[in-house]
Design a protein around this ligand. Structure first.
Ligand code: AR6
Length: 173
């Protein structure tokens, strides 16, 4: 079960997987952070497809092709903006991971790479966000699912080291 989860230090736009996950905003029309990087790497056809999706609510997920990315698909999900933690943020962040994995499984995708959703521009405290990610992913993987490998991508060495400590602390791997 947990051997299906791998932590990686890198840029998600370079990851070869059936799908990578975008930490988007509700317009799905691009932005900064990982969203900007994914749109730049995928090319303009991604934005063209996104224009037809009608946006995406916080906690939900929508799928597109990956275009020029090494990944075949992109699943766009919208994390919560952190406003102190009492505005339903933990449940919304868990929904992002759950709905993304559900959509990937429905499409029979086997490998999926996540960025640390909401922990950049949206301000979610890193450790709390990682705990929610790990708990939601491990719960999902306990079911029968076509998903064989979940890659957790840390963009900075600091985040990678921090995430490693969190995994050890919670004895998840
Ligand atoms: N590969 C992997 N992870 C990355 C990359 C990359 N190339 N670039 C950044 N990260 P953020 P959010 C990490 O701000 O907090 C956008 O404008 C980053 O270090 O991208 O969910 C959207 O349009 C951090 O750990 O997303 C929304 O408006 C994580 O990705 C808003 O930002 C998430 O940081 C979403 O904010």
């Amino acid at each position: 079960m947990t051997e299906k989860i791998t932590l990686i230090h890198g840029d998600i736009t370079n990851i070869t997987a059936d799908c990578i996950v975008n930490a988007a905003n509700s317009s799905l029309l691009g932005g900064g952070g990982v969203d900007g990087a994914i749109h730049r790497a995928a090319g303009p056809d991604l934005l063209h497809e996104c224009r037809h999706l009608g946006g995406c609510k916080t906690g939900e997920a929508k799928i597109t092709q990956g275009y020029r990315l090494p990944a075949q698909y992109v699943i766009h999900t919208v994390g919560p903006v952190y406003r102190g933690g009492q505005q339903g943020e933990p449940a919304l962040l868990a929904k992002c991971y759950h709905n993304t994995l559900k959509l990937a499984a429905e499409r029979n995708l086997r490998t999926i790479a996540f960025p640390c959703i909401s922990t950049g521009i949206y301000g979610y405290p890193f450790e709390h966000a990682c705990e929610i990610a790990l708990e939601t992913i491990t719960t999902f993987l306990r079911q029968t699912t076509p998903i064989e490998q979940v890659l957790l991508i840390c963009h900075t060495q600091k985040d990678y080291e921090h995430y490693t400590q969190i995994i050890q602390k919670y004895n998840i791997n």
